[in-house]
Design a protein around this ligand. Structure first.
Ligand SMILES: [Zn+2]
Length: 241
């Protein structure tokens, strides 16, 4: 795809995703909200790890698991490698989805060669499978940086690319729990994919989650896994203990 047409398609993303009827096919191959008009929302959490070691934020996962609320973790391969026990524990819960967020969390995968893009994806999937016995089917680009070339490469490997319509911004320390709650309750629409961080950089996320869950539930929302609304995706089989 040429740069001008990429630019144009980017311009059209906003109006399309806000239309009353869900798009059948995302215009640029990136899913930013689930294709449904039902009052459902997907809680997703990125577990990024690039150079510096990161650890799973158990305050987030313990809360959601104690409530039986489905959620998805997009995890980099290095994070899985360094948090193997915690990730293996997460995978014992069938309502927790573990998906692919690259191996080394490059700052911008658009700068990588085709071979290196594929290697980032496949190495992460191999690590996720070896630790959790889960086979990822969804991919999220680090930082959300993607173009037509890298999206096509990832989709050709059998993944759907799942991003977000608006970012919570929880890796910024200045984004308070109150802000997280208020913006979520104000902005969430049917099929919303919410993005938080579970690698220790979601500074106020654990603090905000109970009010977010209560507020969305009171507004009639149910929490779902993205794969349930992406029929082309095989849902992850729960691992056997
Ligand atoms: Zn990330």
């Amino acid at each position: 795809m040429s740069m001008p047409s990429l630019f144009l398609s980017a311009l059209f993303v906003g109006p399309l995703v806000q239309a009353a009827l869900p798009p059948v096919e995302p215009p640029d191959g990136i899913i930013r909200r689930l294709p449904t008009a039902e009052k459902v929302v997907a809680l997703t959490f990125d577990a990024c790890e690039a150079g510096k070691r990161a650890t799973l934020d158990h305050a987030i996962t313990d809360f959601l698991i104690s409530k039986g609320i489905p959620f998805t973790v997009f995890v980099s391969g290095r994070f899985v490698h360094d948090n193997a026990t915690a990730m293996r524990d997460l995978a014992t819960h069938p309502f927790v989805e573990i998906e692919n967020h690259s191996w080394s969390h490059p700052s911008d995968m658009r700068t990588l060669s085709d071979a290196d893009v594929r290697a980032e994806v496949l190495r992460a999937s191999t690590e996720i499978y070896s630790v959790t016995a889960r086979k990822p089917h969804l991919f999220r680009f680090p930082g959300g940086y993607a173009d037509g070339r890298v999206v096509a490469l990832v989709r050709d490997l059998g993944f759907e690319v799942v991003h977000w319509r608006w970012a919570e911004g929880d890796p910024s320390r200045g984004v308070s729990a109150d802000t997280l709650v208020q913006q979520t309750l104000t902005k969430t629409r049917p099929g919303e994919v919410l993005i938080f961080h579970v690698n220790g950089r979601g500074w106020h996320t654990a603090e905000a989650l109970p009010a977010i869950v209560d507020g969305l539930t009171a507004a009639g929302y149910q929490f779902v896994l993205p794969s349930a609304y992406l029929p082309q995706i095989h849902q992850q089989a729960p691992s056997t203990p």
